[in-house]
Write a new protein. Structure first.
Length: 105
């Protein structure tokens, strides 16, 4: 095999390994990135406008899902959190729940 072929082959292996590592991210890690991108961590921090995510660790998955999808219905009319129904895929919702259940870490 030529030097060029070896370099391209090595590059292909490196790209495949990188893709495998990215797809192997834990649901909690994916949830953390999602919580950051959706602005959850702006309010759900110690001293923030809402309780820290770590305070929801003991909640059931279904309660967390309901609170994320339709907070006013699940938690009360005075809740300021926006609803995420129709904005998250099932996988994204599961990742957020995994992140919360991991203590928001």
């Amino acid at each position: 095999m030529s030097t060029r072929g070896l370099i391209l082959s090595g590059l292909g292996l490196a790209l495949a390994a990188s893709a495998a590592m990215a797809s192997a991210a834990t649901p909690a890690a994916e949830g953390k990135a999602l919580a950051s991108s959706q602005g959850c961590d702006m309010c759900h921090v110690a001293g923030g406008m809402a309780k820290p995510l770590s305070s929801y660790v003991g909640d059931s998955d279904s309660r967390l899902e309901a609170a994320i999808l339709d907070p006013k219905k699940a938690l009360g009319a005075n809740v300021m959190m926006p609803p995420f129904r129709g904005k998250l895929s099932a996988a994204q919702l599961a990742a957020l729940v995994a992140y919360i259940k991991a203590g928001g870490r």
